[in-house]
Design a protein around this ligand. Sequence first.
Ligand code: HEC
Length: 237
Amino acid sequence: MKKMMKKTGVLLLLLFPSFVMGGGGGGVHLDTAPVDLSDNESLKNGAKLFMNYCLSCHSARFMRYKRMADDLGMSDQEVLDNLVFTGAKIHDTMEIAMPAEQAAKWFGTTPPDLSVISRARGDDWLYTYLRGFYVDPSRPMGVNNVVFKDVGMPHVLQGLQGKQTLQEDGTLTVDGSGSMTAAEYDKAVGDLVNFLAYVGEPVKAYRMTLGWYVLGFLLILLIPAYRLKKEYWKDVH
Ligand code: HEC
């Protein structure tokens, strides 16, 4: 019995590594990110937000503009006109203009590459993080974060969200100074996290579609296989 429980435990850990990793949330409740890799409009909006608000400090070095154009059904020119602000060419990867040493000087730490951040932190963590900045005058950037204590990143989306205050009961209230309503902001961050999830594993949507095709094929194959089996066993019985 003990052995079996041990085995089940190991199996659970293999299936749900997030149990052990914890996502670095430090026991804070994580909100569920509305990730849908088949929603192209959401991915495009997320890409726009990423290029406008994140790429100045964070790269996504494993991702090429060309690949994104193809995956999201955009022409090369559309991407160059609407999403490239760094002077990059279509076959380039998503690099930042700021040298890493300079960033380290400004922020005390280098903003990490975000190519696989959705797999490292999890989508829900990212969704909670980007909605979890609150005013903290004791910090150099004037903000702290509910899932990332003493974060070195400024709240770059404050113009959209407004300023949040952490209440004594742990809830966040927003002051209404942002250009978006709370619902609009949640949607925007949802799109951004969706895009980061896509960047983390660009082939995932394809893999999932392929999975259904494979299952369909196996199901169809079942018919002749079953008939054949019946045919073979006819003589044995
Ligand atoms: C002005 C520069 C700057 C911009 C713009 C910026 N960040 Fe950051 N970001 C940082 C720095 C610096 C850190 C490192 C914080 C630390 O380690 O304390 C960071 C950390 C992070 C982390 C945590 C990484 C980890 O350690 O797991 C995530 C996620 C993140 N940023 C996402 C974003 C997203 C998404 C955007 C766009 C909305 C963005 N950042 C825009 C500077 C920036």
